[in-house]
Write a protein that binds this ligand. Structure first.
Ligand code: GLY
Length: 344
């Protein structure tokens, strides 16, 4: 599979970790996280300089970004050498952002190791870091030279991480692929599931269709991939990136945004119930954490990049399988919907 972008195209190669690591060019630099380093670093490419970043979303920070840049400079990385992001979404975003800025850009190889990063963040070129006031507020578009998908690494993924990744799989169904939801509702996706490789392929091809038509996120089409993310990012920000995992926050966000959609008359009745039932069948959370008020959430949502100043911008489903970016969504309507949901 190939993803076309404004400067060319890059392949998505489905393979094994063994093949991917042998394919990494000599003289590359590797960035990974502390969980993976325990599992793989001695087997990955011990011949290559490797920087280990603490696992967890809090590392998607200015501090770790600065650390990577200085490590590359101290170790004499040159412009033709590749930076390999070997890890989940945090590593892909953080190392990818370093690759987009170090010496004005060095080639980037993505080897995603979580379900979430395989189906979403490693594809499409968005890279970046968080600020205390919001998720992904600093970043760039940086197309990788190659993405290697090695489904076998999912076998050692902790159950909670796997389940969080399923939220992004279901998102594709909710926004554009009703049959995917029908089939996953009959038989929820589990670690080690024989359908995984095919499902990852389906999700990446959905993402390719979208990013090839709206790479720079300007027409509103790519924004539909953010269904559940405006509320999800607000939850992560208010929890200082130390509460729900990204995929879990997105699951709560999808249930919440489905309610907003229904309240605004944009989705038929029972859309939220159907979305919530599918998420729950996959052991994903759907309730807004008690300690977060509707007002605080909306305040955090206003710092989302899509927000334009005249209300909120939200990607809202029009039922299962369709989604559209809506701008100027009234803040009081959103607070009312969230309060309704919290009372339920
Ligand atoms: N993860 C959403 C996007 O790539 O646009």
């Amino acid at each position: 599979m190939k993803i076309r972008h404004r400067q060319g195209a890059y392949p998505i190669i489905f393979t094994t970790l063994e093949v991917a690591r042998e394919a990494v060019p000599a003289e590359s630099f590797v960035v990974t996280d502390s969980h993976l380093s325990e599992k793989y670093v001695h087997h990955f490419r011990p011949d290559l300089p490797t920087l280990v970043v603490p696992a967890g979303e809090t590392s998607k920070s200015m501090e770790q970004f600065d650390r990577i840049l200085n490590w590359l400079a101290r170790n004499g990385m040159r412009r033709h050498q590749h930076l390999v992001a070997f890890g989940g979404g945090m590593i892909g975003d953080l190392a990818g952002f370093a690759a987009s800025t170090y010496m004005r850009g060095v080639p980037l190889i993505q080897i995603p190791t979580t379900l979430l990063s395989m189906v979403d963040s490693s594809v499409g070129g968005k890279v970046g870091i968080d600020l205390p006031s919001g998720k992904n507020l600093v970043g760039a578009f940086k197309a990788p030279t190659t993405v290697y998908i090695c489904p076998e690494v999912l076998q050692t993924l902790p159950d909670r991480e796997f389940t969080a990744g399923v939220a992004e799989v279901l998102k594709y169904g909710f926004i554009m692929d009703e049959p995917l939801i029908t089939s996953l509702s009959k038989l929820p996706l589990m670690p080690g599931d024989g359908r995984l490789t095919e499902i990852i392929r389906t999700c990446i091809s959905h993402k390719a269709t979208i990013v090839e038509r709206d790479e720079m996120d300007t027409s509103g089409l790519r924004a539909t991939l953010n269904f559940g993310h405006t509320v999800g990012h607000a939850i992560e920000t208010l929890q200082d990136f130390q509460g729900l995992l990204h995929g879990e926050a997105v699951a709560v966000g999808m249930a919440t945004e489905a309610q907003i959609s229904e309240s605004l008359g944009l989705a038929p009745p029972l859309t939220r119930a159907a979305i919530t039932a599918t998420l729950s069948a996959h052991n994903l959370p759907t309730a807004i954490p008690d300690e977060l008020s509707a007002k605080d959430l909306v305040q955090a949502m206003l710092s989302d990049k899509k927000s334009t100043g005249d209300g909120l911008a939200l990607s809202l489903v029009g039922g299962i399988g369709t989604c559209k970016l809506r701008t100027g969504v009234n803040v009081d309507d959103v607070i009312r919907s969230i309060d309704e949901l919290k009372r339920d």
